[in-house]
Design a protein around this ligand. Sequence first.
Ligand code: SIN
Length: 564
Amino acid sequence: MTGIRLTAPAPGWAIDADVVVVGSGVAGLTTALRCAAAGLDTVVVTKARLDDGSTRWAQGGIAAALGEGDTPEQHLDDTLVAGAGLCDEGAVRTLVTEGPDAVRRLITTGATFDTTDSGDIALTREGGHHRRRIAHAGGDATGAEISRALVEAVREAALHTIENALVLDLLTDAEGRTAGVSLHVMGEGQHDGVGAVRAPSVVLATGGMGQVFSATTNPSVSTGDGVALALRAGAEVSDLEFVQFHPTVLFLGADSEGQQPLVSEAVRGEGAHLVDATGTRFMLGQHELAELAPRDIVAKAITRQMHEHGTEHMYLDARHFGAQMWEQRFPTILAACRAHSIDPVTEPIPVAPAAHYASGGIRTDLRGRTTVPGLYACGEVACTGVHGANRLASNSLLEGLVFAERIAADIAGTRPPRTEPAEAASEGGDAPVPLLAPETRTAIQRIMTRGAGVLRSAASLAAAAEELEALHRSAAADVDAADPKDAVPGVDAWEVTNLLLVSRVLVAAAREREETRGCHWREDRPDRDDAHWRRHLVVRIAPDRTPVVHRTETAAFPPVRAAD
Ligand code: SIN
């Protein structure tokens, strides 16, 4: 391990813009396109290539009340039930009422969804939905189609994009307002090395943090960069303890680490059954929706079965679909299974839960504003309040779309003037930040999987906290020996540093929440405790870089206001 001071080296180049959007999934690219359409000079920066984020991997689809007889009110009800008492009803109402038109505008932007014989959008079901409400594309390649359409639209609109660019710091002006980002661009291109995009509005749309755990459906770029950056800039994050574990991830062996293939809930939506090794369906009688119960309930049921049977996985049986339906409706999943020598047409698929989605994130209001003036967050990196303790399936692409449009409207409406950056924003100023060796990534993932995975306890969380603090301390001890001023860390080192910070905050929140609710499952506190815990945990980083956890008074968030 080595140390480095947080403040990035002085930028070697700088460009000016009205808005800089960090991230290139559905949330980032929609924000950028809408900002540009409103006449704002917009720059998109992304850590890898434009289409390398999580959006591309989304299978099931995008939920919206588009079908005959469906209404935003019914979508709202299902979202609130899945969220286990912690959704912000106003945020959910915004999502479900603005959602259908946002999907129609996505279609106008160029995305093509699957249709029925009569030409209507084909809709499927997923966990927690009482109706067919999920629009899909290419069968089970919805995210890939949305990503293709948005990347193409960004190229057509000739937006300024900077790929392979890791954002190091948020820049602020003399009044403490956001003034852009410093970034490190790797590889050939117009810009190279450390530079800055100076802009009075910064939108973080960096996606999730699934790489905190050993096995996840998230791609390797999902390292919690946006949450870590926002924390370092003094922003509040909330609900980080609610990590959603997807119930049906293709089981490739207990030692399989990194990104794992997803088997979409839509497979259950079309009638697949969860069974044990004897072929018995175990979701019957557990919930009125059986295999289509909300995701947390199904993930828990599978985990319990695994413990009872002493096995490492259960099975998803969809042999009755037949070859033709598998090939037409689920070509991506079929190919992934066959690539691992499993044929879902003739055998049940081995599945187990794996980390999938961060229901919490950087706290925002309904215009996407964070507690740092000029800083917005959108998509998985944000906590708008729509997901509560457990996101309803396929609400995430919708959230990205709806809140991207709201953020663009807010920036276009306020048009803050450009100002000169004064410094990199960093709680603790020049205080050294431990920068970890890339090899530490696996150690963090194993600590988190053991201590803060699908099933947690006070003891497992305490052990995880201790191990994470030891990593933090030992890196911090090396800091003073480092020459801080011009060291430019590589992407791997920054990613691992970000993973450690978000892991520490996640564990701090999970220790505090002494109950079981939604996707936070405490073995030692097995019941939901509304009397004490119908409230959120909001976390900030103190100047000495320890997480400070604050409980809200009620399930409603206090208004977002600039951090003091
Ligand atoms: C899936 O297709 O099962 C994933 C959908 C989601 O995470 O919302």
